[in-house]
Design a protein around this ligand. Sequence first.
Ligand code: UT7
Length: 349
Amino acid sequence: MIRSKIAGIGMYIPDKLVTNNDLSKMMDTTDEWIQERTGIRERYYADRKAETTATMGMEAARVAIQRAGLTPQDIDFLIFATLSPDYYFPGCGVLVQRGLQMKEIGALDIRNQCSGFVYALSVADQYVKTGTYKNILVIGSEKHSFGLDFSTRGRNISVIFGDGAGAVVLQPTEKEDQGILSTHLHSDGESAELLAMYNPGTHANHWVDRELADFDEAENGQMFMSHAMIDKAQNFPFMDGPAVFKKAVVKFPEVIMEALTANGLVASDLRLLITHQANLRISQYVQHMMNLRDDQVHNNIQKYGNTTAASVPIALCEAWEEGKIKRGDLICLAVFGSGFTWGSALLRW
Ligand code: UT7
C-alpha cells in the first residue's frame, strides 16, 4: 500500500520582531490584554519591500527540498496555500515555479485560509497515493503585515496576525508504519462573512448586508476596489472573534476525533497534536477536551502570532527541529478558520 510521507520540512520567519508593546504605540491595546486573551507575546513581520508571501514560501521550500535530499528540479507538482497572495491573480504557485527555476510543473493555489495547509496536504496526498506524482511541494505562507488595520479600529485582528512560511515535500512510501493515514476536510459556508475580507471582490454587496460593511452602492457597486471602500476600511479583514472562537472549540475536537476514530486510534496514542495557532486559549481548551498532556501538544503562537496557512507547517517544523518528533510517531494536524473550514490529518512520521 502506498502512502505519502513527509520527506522534508522547512520554515522561514522574517527578521523584524514586533512585540505587543510595539503595537500598543500604534493602537489602543496593551501587552497584558494581548497575552491574556491570545497568549501572543510577539510576532515577526516581513520586510515591506524585499519580502513577499511567495518569496517567504520559497525560502521555506528551499529548506524542505534540501532536507528531502532533492533539488527544485526534482519537484513534479506544487501546491501553495495563502490568504495574502502577492497578486490578486495569478496565485503564488507560479511565482514559486519561476523563482525556484522548476520544470513546467502544475502549480495549484489553495484558498482555505487557516485551513489551507491541511487542505493542500490532503490534495497532495491523493496525488501521491494514486501514483500521479512522486515529489510534491506543499507551501503555506502569509504576509499579513501588509494588509492590517493598525488603528484601534482593527485591533482585534491586527494584534493576532504574524508573517512567516512553512513547507513540506511529500513522497510515496510503502512502509507500514509511516505516512499520512487519513485526512478529513469540512466546511460550513453559513458563516462565511464572520471572518472575511470583503474587498477586493465581485460581490457588489450581494452577500454582505452587515452594518459594518456599509457599502456605498453608487461607487462600489461595480468595482473591485474604490476610494470609499478604503475610507470605510473594507480593504481590511473583518472578524467576529467571539463567534469564531465558539465554533473553533467545537470543531477542533470533533475533527481530531474523526481522524483518530477512522484509524481505530485514541488520543492517548498521539505523540503530538498540532492545532492551527489561532489563539493559545483555543489550543489549550482543545488539549483539555482531548485529555492530552503538555508534552503531547506543540504551541508556538506566543512567538509567532497567528500565521494562518503557515502556522501548522511552522509548528510542525519547529517541533521536529526541537527533537519532539521521531520516525513512526503518531501526529495529528488540526485546523479551523475562515469559511468556516476545518480539517485534520493523521500521520506517522
Ligand atoms: O485564525 C483564524 C481563526 N481565528 C480565531 O480562531 C480567532 C478566534 N477569536 C479570538 O481569538 C478572540 O475572539 C479574540 C482574541 C479575537 C478577541 O478576544 P475576546 O476575548 O473574544 O474579546 P472580544 O472580541 O469579546 O472583545 C472584548 C473587549 C472589547 O471591548 P468592550 O466592548 O468589552 O469594551 C473589545 O473592543 O476587548 C476589546 N478589544 C481589545 N482591547 C485591547 C478587542 N481587541 C483588543 C485589543 N486590545 N487588541
